[in-house]
Design a protein around this ligand. Sequence first.
Ligand SMILES: [Zn+2]
Length: 505
Amino acid sequence: MPVDSASALQWLSDHSRETARFYSTLELLAWDQRTMLAPAGHDWRGEQMAALMGLVQCRQQDPARGERLDLLEAADDLSAEEAAAVFHWRREYDRAVKVPPELTRAKVIATTKAEMVWQQARPANAWQMLEPLLEEVVRLKKEEAACLAAPDQLPYDVLLDEFEPGETAARLDPLFDELAAGLRPILDAILGSSRRLCERPLAGAYPVPAQQQLNRAVCEALGFSFESGRLDVSAHPFSCAPGPRDHRITTRHCESNFLESLYGVLHEAGHSLYMIGLPEAHWGTPLGSYISLGVHESQSRLWENMVGRSLGFCRWLAPLAKETLPGLNGLTPEKLWRSVNVVAPSLIRTEADEVTYCLHVILRFRLETALMDGRLEVRDLPEAWDAGMEELLGIRPDCPANGVMQDMHWPAGAIGYFPTYALGTIYAAQFYAAAMADLGGERAMDARMAAGEFSPLLSWLQERVHRHGMRYMPRDLVRQATDQELSPRFLLEHLTRRHHDVHGI
Ligand SMILES: [Zn+2]
């Protein structure tokens, strides 16, 4: 047992790095599973991953960690960085030891089964198949929250805190209400605009190799290096970092629509640039890790939406796309810009535009908070969903597959996860507004984008966001980076400005 803080910190740091070596190997196996693995190899891969996961969990629960954390929490000689690391090690340790193994096992069984049934029930539109399994998942999540809750902490907040440290439903309620109230008039103005675009143009036949060439060129221009990164194909796009200099993103291709893959790549590259910007010297410890899913998502949405859908970016992209893809001879930057800024209420969250996206998330947040505090039962979810869609987006799902059953998150046990998507969008707009102000204003930023100069923005993000790892809690990070309290105002202003230009609202 160590006697001083310095040796306790060193021990925890070494232990954490070693665990990260195992965990990142698990990430590599998961990447391989989703991009390369032959169908018959999945059973063995499942066994490999379960074995490695067991090892990681065992290390996370090591009582020697708890002893050192106790000692460090009583110490008064820690720097602010060290205290932040101890705080996050404690969160991780408590989550690992406070849930009894029988409950963890029951949860794995219930969510695996619910996910499997969801895959069949969604295409069959069979809510009644999914309902009892989702009921069981919600019941187990409530039990889990009860094991982890601090005195006076609400069950939903326990689950939310795993993904967005420090955040609570009570703090999100007013933030999301203000956002929803502000989005409605923007959406109404667009829908009432005579310049409204009803369908996505740029339909054509775009060969996959040419799309891949364009995607790679865009990634490199943003600052993603293929010396330490890869871009591959998978059914569902994702990004991961199995090592400090090993950054991987994936995409899928649709021959008739190159924008789907390209904007997906912009999104995933944004996630990856954040991981690249984390301090390598701290890799495997809290100061070298991302702080929250919301902050992670802010980096992907900033590149995909704030940058990617700007007129300046389209001025840079249009000639490059014309040169790389056949059939785009008549493409102008303005035409490209309009086609990536089409707005229309739709049923499916993952296909939603920049204006309506957060409304989809707010609906899910309201429903899952009601589920967790007992105001809503699983059996009443479909009706509550449809009513919420009507209220927020003005449309009603035609069937459960396009409504309450569309996402895998709840069957997979990810309750408290959805808010991070809307928070990420709010953070992104606030970061982007501050970066623009620091880098000469909107016009200067647009001119830089048009010239393909992305490095000043990336450097700003590295300096203000990336390099801090988990040093600051998300809201503190935002305040420090932007000199303002977190507010949806920046997102609302961004959308008003953009759609003033696109739709004349
Ligand atoms: Zn994302």
